[in-house]
Design a protein around this ligand. Structure first.
Ligand code: HEC
Length: 186
Protein backbone atom coordinates (compact mmCIF):
# COMPACT_ATOMS: atom_id res chain seq x y z
CA UNK A 1 0.00 0.00 0.00
CA UNK A 2 1.58 3.33 -1.05
CA UNK A 3 0.87 5.34 1.98
CA UNK A 4 0.42 9.06 2.17
CA UNK A 5 3.47 9.14 4.45
CA UNK A 6 5.77 8.50 1.54
CA UNK A 7 4.59 11.69 -0.06
CA UNK A 8 5.32 13.93 2.89
CA UNK A 9 9.12 13.89 2.72
CA UNK A 10 8.91 14.75 -0.97
CA UNK A 11 6.70 17.73 -0.20
CA UNK A 12 9.12 18.91 2.48
CA UNK A 13 12.08 18.51 0.15
CA UNK A 14 10.29 20.47 -2.52
CA UNK A 15 9.53 23.30 -0.10
CA UNK A 16 13.15 23.32 1.11
CA UNK A 17 14.46 23.36 -2.44
CA UNK A 18 12.32 26.32 -3.42
CA UNK A 19 13.50 28.23 -0.35
CA UNK A 20 17.11 27.65 -1.33
CA UNK A 21 16.34 28.85 -4.84
CA UNK A 22 14.88 32.09 -3.51
CA UNK A 23 17.59 32.62 -0.86
CA UNK A 24 20.63 33.91 -2.75
CA UNK A 25 18.70 36.40 -4.86
CA UNK A 26 16.88 38.01 -1.94
CA UNK A 27 17.99 41.39 -0.61
CA UNK A 28 21.37 41.06 1.07
CA UNK A 29 22.20 44.64 2.04
CA UNK A 30 24.88 44.51 4.68
CA UNK A 31 27.42 46.74 6.45
CA UNK A 32 31.14 46.66 5.70
CA UNK A 33 33.94 47.27 8.24
CA UNK A 34 33.55 51.06 8.03
CA UNK A 35 29.83 50.78 8.66
CA UNK A 36 28.88 51.66 5.08
CA UNK A 37 25.87 49.88 3.55
CA UNK A 38 26.66 47.70 0.54
CA UNK A 39 24.69 45.10 -1.47
CA UNK A 40 26.50 41.96 -0.26
CA UNK A 41 29.76 40.35 0.78
CA UNK A 42 33.31 41.56 0.17
CA UNK A 43 32.68 45.04 -1.29
CA UNK A 44 35.91 46.60 -2.56
CA UNK A 45 36.63 49.79 -4.42
CA UNK A 46 38.31 49.36 -7.83
CA UNK A 47 40.37 52.49 -8.51
CA UNK A 48 40.63 51.89 -12.28
CA UNK A 49 36.89 51.52 -12.75
CA UNK A 50 35.99 54.02 -10.00
CA UNK A 51 33.32 51.59 -8.80
CA UNK A 52 32.61 49.34 -5.81
CA UNK A 53 32.34 45.62 -6.63
CA UNK A 54 31.16 42.65 -4.58
CA UNK A 55 32.92 39.30 -4.30
CA UNK A 56 30.39 38.02 -6.87
CA UNK A 57 31.71 40.51 -9.46
CA UNK A 58 28.51 42.59 -9.53
CA UNK A 59 28.85 46.33 -8.90
CA UNK A 60 27.32 47.61 -5.67
CA UNK A 61 26.09 50.82 -4.10
CA UNK A 62 28.13 52.13 -1.15
CA UNK A 63 26.23 54.31 1.31
CA UNK A 64 28.30 55.84 4.11
CA UNK A 65 27.10 56.11 7.70
CA UNK A 66 26.27 59.78 7.14
CA UNK A 67 24.11 58.87 4.11
CA UNK A 68 26.60 59.98 1.45
CA UNK A 69 26.27 57.75 -1.64
CA UNK A 70 28.96 56.63 -4.09
CA UNK A 71 29.14 58.62 -7.31
CA UNK A 72 28.25 55.64 -9.55
CA UNK A 73 24.91 55.19 -7.79
CA UNK A 74 24.25 58.92 -8.01
CA UNK A 75 24.93 58.71 -11.76
CA UNK A 76 22.44 55.86 -11.92
CA UNK A 77 19.81 58.01 -10.22
CA UNK A 78 20.33 60.71 -12.87
CA UNK A 79 20.43 58.32 -15.84
CA UNK A 80 17.48 56.25 -14.71
CA UNK A 81 15.40 59.42 -14.68
CA UNK A 82 16.50 60.43 -18.17
CA UNK A 83 16.31 57.00 -19.89
CA UNK A 84 13.93 54.67 -18.04
CA UNK A 85 11.57 56.84 -15.98
CA UNK A 86 9.22 57.55 -18.90
CA UNK A 87 8.11 53.89 -18.94
CA UNK A 88 9.12 52.48 -15.55
CA UNK A 89 7.90 55.39 -13.41
CA UNK A 90 9.82 57.65 -11.03
CA UNK A 91 12.33 55.93 -8.73
CA UNK A 92 11.58 52.47 -10.07
CA UNK A 93 8.01 52.36 -8.74
CA UNK A 94 6.55 51.13 -12.05
CA UNK A 95 3.66 52.34 -14.18
CA UNK A 96 0.56 50.86 -15.77
CA UNK A 97 2.80 50.18 -18.76
CA UNK A 98 6.07 48.75 -17.37
CA UNK A 99 7.09 46.82 -14.23
CA UNK A 100 8.44 48.34 -11.00
CA UNK A 101 12.19 47.80 -11.28
CA UNK A 102 12.58 48.51 -7.55
CA UNK A 103 10.61 45.23 -7.18
CA UNK A 104 12.23 43.33 -10.09
CA UNK A 105 15.72 43.83 -8.67
CA UNK A 106 14.82 42.02 -5.47
CA UNK A 107 15.28 38.83 -7.49
CA UNK A 108 16.74 39.73 -10.90
CA UNK A 109 20.50 39.07 -11.06
CA UNK A 110 23.01 41.63 -12.34
CA UNK A 111 23.69 39.51 -15.45
CA UNK A 112 20.00 39.11 -16.27
CA UNK A 113 19.42 42.83 -15.75
CA UNK A 114 22.18 43.73 -18.23
CA UNK A 115 20.85 41.09 -20.66
CA UNK A 116 17.25 42.37 -20.66
CA UNK A 117 18.31 46.00 -21.12
CA UNK A 118 20.77 45.23 -23.92
CA UNK A 119 18.60 42.73 -25.83
CA UNK A 120 15.09 43.86 -24.89
CA UNK A 121 12.10 41.59 -24.48
CA UNK A 122 8.75 41.17 -26.21
CA UNK A 123 5.98 39.41 -24.33
CA UNK A 124 2.82 38.49 -26.24
CA UNK A 125 -0.23 39.04 -24.13
CA UNK A 126 -3.37 36.90 -24.04
CA UNK A 127 -5.53 39.67 -25.57
CA UNK A 128 -3.23 39.87 -28.61
CA UNK A 129 -1.24 42.91 -27.40
CA UNK A 130 2.48 43.04 -26.82
CA UNK A 131 4.52 44.20 -23.85
CA UNK A 132 7.79 45.55 -25.22
CA UNK A 133 11.02 46.33 -23.42
CA UNK A 134 13.12 47.99 -26.17
CA UNK A 135 16.65 46.65 -26.87
CA UNK A 136 18.97 49.44 -25.71
CA UNK A 137 22.32 47.75 -26.40
CA UNK A 138 23.26 50.35 -29.06
CA UNK A 139 22.29 53.33 -26.92
CA UNK A 140 25.44 54.76 -25.32
CA UNK A 141 23.44 57.06 -23.05
CA UNK A 142 22.17 53.86 -21.45
CA UNK A 143 25.00 51.33 -21.84
CA UNK A 144 27.83 53.66 -20.67
CA UNK A 145 25.92 54.22 -17.42
CA UNK A 146 24.20 50.87 -16.92
CA UNK A 147 26.20 49.76 -13.86
CA UNK A 148 25.09 52.91 -12.07
CA UNK A 149 21.46 52.40 -13.10
CA UNK A 150 21.79 48.88 -11.71
CA UNK A 151 23.30 49.92 -8.32
CA UNK A 152 20.73 52.70 -7.97
CA UNK A 153 17.79 50.35 -8.61
CA UNK A 154 19.36 47.67 -6.41
CA UNK A 155 19.60 50.20 -3.54
CA UNK A 156 15.92 51.02 -4.08
CA UNK A 157 15.05 47.28 -4.17
CA UNK A 158 17.04 46.59 -0.98
CA UNK A 159 15.20 49.42 0.78
CA UNK A 160 18.41 51.30 1.67
CA UNK A 161 17.85 54.37 -0.49
CA UNK A 162 15.01 56.71 0.38
CA UNK A 163 12.91 58.23 -2.39
CA UNK A 164 13.89 61.66 -3.65
CA UNK A 165 17.07 63.26 -4.91
CA UNK A 166 20.12 61.93 -2.97
CA UNK A 167 21.25 64.62 -0.52
CA UNK A 168 25.01 64.05 -0.73
CA UNK A 169 27.43 62.06 -2.85
CA UNK A 170 31.12 61.25 -3.09
CA UNK A 171 33.20 63.24 -5.61
CA UNK A 172 33.47 61.67 -9.07
CA UNK A 173 36.33 59.11 -9.06
CA UNK A 174 38.97 59.78 -11.74
CA UNK A 175 38.71 56.21 -13.06
CA UNK A 176 34.95 56.48 -13.51
CA UNK A 177 35.19 59.76 -15.42
CA UNK A 178 37.78 58.30 -17.77
CA UNK A 179 35.79 55.10 -18.33
CA UNK A 180 32.63 57.10 -19.10
CA UNK A 181 34.44 59.26 -21.64
CA UNK A 182 36.10 56.27 -23.30
CA UNK A 183 32.72 54.51 -23.53
CA UNK A 184 30.93 57.54 -25.01
CA UNK A 185 33.68 58.11 -27.59
CA UNK A 186 34.33 54.42 -28.36
C1 HEC B 1 9.50 52.37 -24.08
C2 HEC B 1 9.29 51.96 -22.71
C3 HEC B 1 10.47 51.43 -21.93
C4 HEC B 1 11.68 52.07 -21.70
C5 HEC B 1 12.17 53.41 -22.19
C6 HEC B 1 12.41 51.16 -20.81
N1 HEC B 1 11.69 50.04 -20.55
FE1 HEC B 1 12.29 48.44 -19.45
N2 HEC B 1 10.54 47.45 -19.86
C7 HEC B 1 9.49 47.99 -20.55
C8 HEC B 1 8.39 47.04 -20.54
C9 HEC B 1 7.00 47.24 -21.17
C10 HEC B 1 8.85 45.90 -19.83
C11 HEC B 1 8.08 44.61 -19.53
C12 HEC B 1 8.40 43.59 -20.61
C13 HEC B 1 7.72 42.29 -20.24
O1 HEC B 1 6.48 42.25 -20.33
O2 HEC B 1 8.42 41.38 -19.82
C14 HEC B 1 10.21 46.20 -19.41
C15 HEC B 1 10.99 45.33 -18.70
C16 HEC B 1 12.24 45.66 -18.17
C17 HEC B 1 13.03 44.78 -17.34
C18 HEC B 1 12.63 43.39 -16.87
C19 HEC B 1 11.89 43.52 -15.58
C20 HEC B 1 11.44 42.21 -15.01
O3 HEC B 1 10.77 42.25 -13.96
O4 HEC B 1 11.72 41.16 -15.57
C21 HEC B 1 14.16 45.46 -17.00
C22 HEC B 1 15.31 44.98 -16.12
C23 HEC B 1 14.07 46.77 -17.63
N3 HEC B 1 12.89 46.84 -18.34
C24 HEC B 1 15.01 47.76 -17.48
C25 HEC B 1 14.95 49.01 -18.11
C26 HEC B 1 15.96 50.04 -17.92
C27 HEC B 1 17.16 49.95 -17.01
C28 HEC B 1 15.58 51.09 -18.74
C29 HEC B 1 16.33 52.39 -18.96
C30 HEC B 1 17.71 52.29 -19.34
C31 HEC B 1 14.34 50.69 -19.39
N4 HEC B 1 13.98 49.44 -18.98
C32 HEC B 1 13.66 51.47 -20.31
C33 HEC B 1 9.45 49.23 -21.17
C34 HEC B 1 10.48 50.15 -21.21
Amino acid sequence: MTSIWKMIPAAILFAAASMVAIGPAAAEATKNEEGATVAGKGAEFDEDAGKWFLESGAPTYHIKKDGKIDFLTYRGFQRYHSECHVCHGPEGVGSTYAPALAESLKTLSYEDFIGVVASGRIVHQPGGGESVMPALGDNKNVMCYLDGIYTYLKARADGVMPRGRPKSKDPKPKGLGEAENACLEG
